[in-house]
Ligand binder design. Sequence first.
Ligand code: KG4
Ligand code: ZN
Length: 337
Amino acid sequence: MATILAIETSCDETAVAIVKNRQVLSSIVASQIDLHQKYGGVVPELASRKHLESINFCLSEAIAESGLSWQDLDGIASTCAPGLVGALLVGVTAAKTLAMVHNKPFLGVHHLEGHIYASYLSQPELKPPFLCLLVSGGHTSMIYVKDCGHYEMLGTTRDDAAGEAFDKVARLLNLGYPGGPIIDKLAKSGNPQAFPLPEGRISLPEGGYHPYDTSFSGLKTAVLRLTQKLAEKGEIPVADLAASFQNTVARVLTKRTIRCALDYGLKTITVGGGVAANSELREHLLAAAQKHDIQVYFPPLKLCTDNAAMIACAAVEHYTRGDISSIDLKVRSRMPI
Ligand code: KG4
Ligand code: ZN
């Protein structure tokens, strides 16, 4: 039980939130999407500079919205890995400084742990063990959550992450950035069966396929080739392409996740990361899980994409276990969970 203020600056959102146990008291997210949009992706140097500009405002807004004072907090947390180093440094330095000034413990949180614990904020009764499908711009992971701090990575992507595939396909169809929400919307007016696309199975040296790993780069290339071929013939049926692509991703992720939960005897699946907002993935996964009597929990949309409430929630779990970080903790661009 604890009240934690957390900062998240690992990529292109400057976010600060205060969480009491599993209750969000305030959550501020300053998105940099507009800044990076014209480059078609996140520019690391611009991201760090923008975090610096926004962090103080986000901190005071989060405190004001919560109605608390610094004295009411039990600890100050920040995402410390993985992510863009310059961007992470802004959040971690601010959190460490505030922890020292207000004499509070500092907690460094793994970004993926944040996505795992996002589901706790809407499901106060949820507890391990469960399977977490984490699908974001940087990750496509199936994580067996045994307990807080005890995770087993059962499946991952061999190349592009699911969100990255959405962003790249949107870019090659000239739809804009970030691609996920744009494709999600456009796919509603397209035919998901218009074009059969490869599911990207991973062959194993001993024969057969890896049951849980994914590969989306072949799918992206298939959309590119198809687009080029269709362009030679005339107009490109963008909505049908978007719908066929999205349907393939939703089917692949659903198949692998359900198989994984069944193999490990897990009756609960949680989904986190930006792609958890995808309407078709939600539909497919809920329908398949129901058939096997498995519960699936999706966080509310605003907690699927990067935010600091999920980081604070993970920090509450660590704080409760006395798991405090050293003030010398370094940021890291990559770190296994
Ligand atoms: O979790 P997130 O905010 O940041 C990372 O940690 O990466 O995820 C961002 C990703 C982007 O690639 C974005 O295109 C994707 O999530 N995304 C979606 C949807 N909303 C966001 N992908 C598919 N459907 C959506 N509705
Ligand atoms: Zn994320």
